[in-house]
Design a protein around this ligand. Structure first.
Ligand SMILES: [Zn+2]
Length: 268
C-alpha cells in the first residue's frame, strides 16, 4: 500500500466545507488565495496525531470511523478496516470529545502566532507579503519570489514567545534586506535595528534544541509525571530518559513521550 497522497486509496472529493465549530475562531471564511489568510488547509493537520480515532462522512453520507495511520500534508490516511481512506483534515472529527478539546488548544496557539507574525509584518511595511506555516526543519524562511514569510508549525507550537518573535523578525529582516543580502552585513544591520538576534538560522535550530534540553533537565528517572495522549491524561513514572523522549511506565503500559509534553506530578 502506498502511503503518499496518491490515488491508490479511496480519495475523498475536495469540498469547500469548513468545520463549523472552528470557522468562527479562525475567522478565515471561504475566500481562496487571500494573501492575508493566516490559517491554511495544511494547518488542520495539527488537530490530529497518528492512532487518533476519527470519524467522517463518505460521499454517500455514511458515517465511517477508524484510526489515523499517517498524516500527509493535506490529508490523513484513515484505516477503516478493511479499507484505507485518504481524507482531508477539515472533514475529520475526533471520536473522543476530550481529545478534540485538547487539540483545539494547538489551533488556538497557531492562530495566535499567525496573528502575531501578521502584526509584525504589517508594522514593518510588509503588508503585501503573505504568511504561512510549514513543516520544514528550519524555524522560518523568507520567500522573496512569492513574497511570503513562512514559519515552522512545530516551532510555533513549541517555541517560547521570545524565540518565535525572534524568528519572525529574522525573516522580516531578510524580506527588507532583499534576496541577495544573505546573512551579510546589510541583513545583520537591519536585524539589529528590528531587535532580532543577528544570527543565521542554523543557530536558531540550536535554540530549539536548547528548549527541549531545558525541559528535559527538569525531569529525572523515577519522577512522577503526567501527560495527555489518546483522549485522556496518563500518570506514571519515568523509567528511562532517551535523547528526545522519556519512557514512562504507566498502569496501562509503557509510553514514549516527548519531553515538552511532560508535566510534573499528577494531572491537575
Ligand atoms: Zn536567515
Amino acid at each position: 500500500m502506498s502511503t503518499t497522497d496518491t490515488d491508490t486509496e479511496n480519495n475523498y472529493t475536495d469540498s469547500p466545507f469548513l468545520r463549523p465549530d472552528l470557522t468562527d475562531c479562525l475567522n478565515i471564511g471561504n475566500r481562496v488565495n487571500n494573501p492575508r489568510q493566516l490559517i491554511h488547509k495544511e494547518d488542520w493537520q495539527i488537530l490530529f496525531d497518528t492512532d487518533d480515532e476519527v470519524w467522517f462522512l463518505d460521499n454517500g453520507n455514511e458515517r465511517l470511523s477508524g484510526l489515523i495511520q499517517k498524516l500527509n500534508p493535506k490529508r490523513a490516511l484513515v484505516d477503516c478496516e478493511p479499507e484505507i481512506w485518504n481524507v482531508p483534515y477539515n472533514l475529520l472529527n475526533h471520536v473522543c470529545e476530550r481529545t478534540a478539546k485538547e487539540r483545539k488548544k494547538r489551533m488556538t496557539q497557531l492562530v495566535m502566532v499567525a496573528t502575531h507574525a501578521r502584526n509584525i509584518m504589517d508594522h514593518h511595511g510588509l503588508g503585501n507579503w503573505s504568511f504561512k506555516f510549514n513543516n520544514a526543519k528550519n524555524l522560518g524562511s523568507c520567500r522573496h519570489t512569492g513574497m511570503q514569510i513562512q514559519l515552522s508549525r512545530k516551532h510555533a507550537l513549541n517555541g517560547t514567545e521570545e524565540q518565535i518573535t525572534d524568528t519572525i523578525l529574522h525573516e522580516v529582516a531578510h524580506a527588507i534586506a532583499g534576496p541577495f543580502a544573505g546573512h551579510g552585513p546589510v541583513w545583520k544591520d537591519i536585524a539589529r535595528q528590528l531587535g532580532a538576534i543577528p544570527k543565521a538560522n542554523e543557530q536558531e535550530t540550536d535554540q530549539l534544541r536548547k528548549t527541549r534540553e531545558k525541559v528535559k533537565s527538569l525531569h529525572k528517572v523515577g519522577d512522577s509525571v503526567s501527560f495527555f495522549a489518546r483522549g485522556r491524561y496518563h500518570f506514571g513514572c519515568i523509567e528511562k530518559m532517551n535523547p528526545k523522549r522519556a519512557k514512562v511506565l504507566c498502569a496501562g503500559g509503557t509510553w514514549s513521550v516527548p519531553y515538552q509534553r511532560l508535566e510534573k506530578g499528577k494531572p491537575n
